[in-house]
Design a protein around this ligand. Structure first.
Ligand SMILES: [Zn+2]
Length: 78
C-alpha cells in the first residue's frame, strides 16, 4: 500500500503535540514528507509509521463506533 501525494493521514504532530491530519507532499523511497494541516510544520515519516498509525487510528475509531452501537442510549447495564 502506498500513500498518494495530496491525501491526508492522521499522524501525531511533534509541534501540535496531538494527532492531526497531515497532508502528504512527497515521497522518496519509503519516506514521506508530510505537512501538518493545523500548524503547517513539515515532518518526514516512514511508510511503515504512516501505515501503523493509520491502522491504529482506524481501530480506535471502530472501537468508538462499536461502543456507540452497543450502547446507543448510554444505558448502564449494572
Ligand atoms: Zn501541527
Amino acid at each position: 500500500m502506498e500513500f498518494d501525494v495530496g491525501v491526508t493521514r492522521i499522524f501525531p504532530c511533534p509541534v501540535c503535540g496531538v494527532d492531526t491530519p497531515h497532508s502528504i507532499k512527497g515521497r522518496r523511497g519509503h519516506m514521506y514528507g508530510v505537512i501538518c494541516t493545523n500548524c503547517r510544520s513539515g515532518s518526514v515519516v516512514s511508510d511503515v509509521d504512516l501505515r501503523v498509525y493509520q491502522l491504529k487510528w482506524e481501530e480506535e475509531l471502530q472501537a468508538i463506533l462499536d461502543s456507540l452501537m452497543e450502547d446507543p442510549l448510554g444505558i448502564d447495564d449494572d
